[in-house]
Design a binder for this molecule. Structure first.
Ligand code: ZN
Ligand code: ZN
Length: 359
């Protein structure tokens, strides 16, 4: 057992081959500090971010890297100043592992927008030069503020993908008033979008899924969507013009995307919030696209600790069931799962399990 001096993970050395080669090796975590929690990992979701990182689509990274930021496991060590997490409890860590907790943003539950925020993997810990490493690993170490107790009602493999994909859809929904009497659109039914449909429905909003084809219509309705729009249909936007209060765009590609048509769905001052970060050039935005309804466009990044806890409570209280396929973590299991995810060949999220067999 190499823990606690080093952790072991499946690491990639660069973005020059596909599928990536995952090599099992030891790495040194940041030094343990008073507010830190060590988590022995039991499950980790595979996020679209992992794919964009491993393909090189998001640009150069601090290789070698252990991806994975939808982590659930057991808190096996807590620092002397930790008050939020009990040793031995089941906890989760998402896509953010640190922020200053002192700036205006941090003090207003906007720590996800802190200028000093640190990504769970691929960032550099201040004053150490150590690269943060994610959840395709035996352990992770993080500040208690980014470690979340997981309610008993949520199974581990289902809780994991909530911590990035779930939260990414939940935060813009609650920040923009999704609830009874509101009509909410979720663009794209992938990992994030499927959580968007589940949460929007659970929050009481009239929920519509907007997808390219009708192929996912039955799934969308299973997830709680009241309606479904396929953009392959002629004049698909016409019956819904100026009826939506909020649209959360989770699309992972902007190819062939007619933004003007989507914005025409919004009621006066309705909001279009993007949460995906497609690779490539993106689309053209002209002010006349907003004139007809005075709509707003923006984006949303993850969510706060407060929102994470609220999301987990909502999921537990409503018995929310995401669609998750589990895969045992290994060199080959990882290579096959990331290849399938890149082709959108999953309904709708992979969670890696079987950590005790390899670590
Ligand atoms: Zn993610
Ligand atoms: Zn801050």
């Amino acid at each position: 057992m190499v823990y606690p001096e080093t952790f072991t993970g499946f690491m990639a050395d660069g973005a020059d081959s596909w599928p990536p080669k995952f090599i099992k090796r030891e790495f040194t975590p940041k030094p343990f500090e008073d507010y830190d929690v060590d988590v022995e990992i039991e499950a980790c979701g595979i996020c679209g971010s992992d794919i964009h990182t491993l393909t090189g689509g998001w640009g150069p990274k601090n290789w070698p890297l252990c991806c994975g930021h939808e982590i659930v496991g057991k808190a096996v060590r807590v620092g002397p100043k930790v008050t939020l997490i009990k040793k031995g409890s089941r906890v989760g860590i998402g896509a953010q592992i640190y922020s200053c907790l002192d700036c205006k943003q941090c003090k207003n539950d906007n720590e996800t927008y802190c200028r000093h925020q640190i990504d769970t993997y691929g960032a550099i810990w201040p004053n150490t030069g150590i690269v943060s490493q994610g959840g395709y690993a035996s352990h992770i170490r993080g500040h208690e503020h980014w470690v979340f107790p997981i309610p008993e009602a949520i199974p581990t493999a289902e809780a994991a993908p909530m911590l990035c994909a779930g939260l990414t859809s939940f935060s813009p929904l609650i920040r923009n008033g999704a609830g009874p009497g509101k009509k909410v659109g979720i663009v794209g039914l992938g990992g994030i979008g499927h959580f968007g449909a589940l949460f929007s429905h659970a929050l009481g909003a009239e929920t519509w899924v907007i997808s390219r084809s009708h192929s996912k219509e039955a799934d969308a309705r299973k997830l709680g969507a009241h309606g479904f729009i396929a953009t392959e249909d002629k004049d698909w936007n016409e019956p819904h013009r100026m009826t939506f209060d909020l649209i959360v765009n989770t699309a992972n590609s902007s190819e062939g995307f007619d933004l003007g048509k989507y914005l025409s769905l919004l009621d006066v001052h309705g909001k279009w919030v993007s949460v995906g970060l497609p690779e490539g050039e993106g689309q053209e935005v002209k002010s006349h696209m907003f004139m007809e309804n005075g709509c707003f466009i923006g984006a949303s990044h993850l969510g706060s600790r407060k929102e994470t806890l609220a999301m987990l409570k909502l999921a537990a209280d409503h018995g929310i069931k995401p669609m998750v396929e589990t895969v045992d973590i290994s060199e080959t299991g990882l290579a096959s799962a990331v290849s399938r995810l890149r082709k959108n060949d999953v309904k709708y999220r992979f969670t890696l399990t079987g950590f005790n067999k390899v670590f």
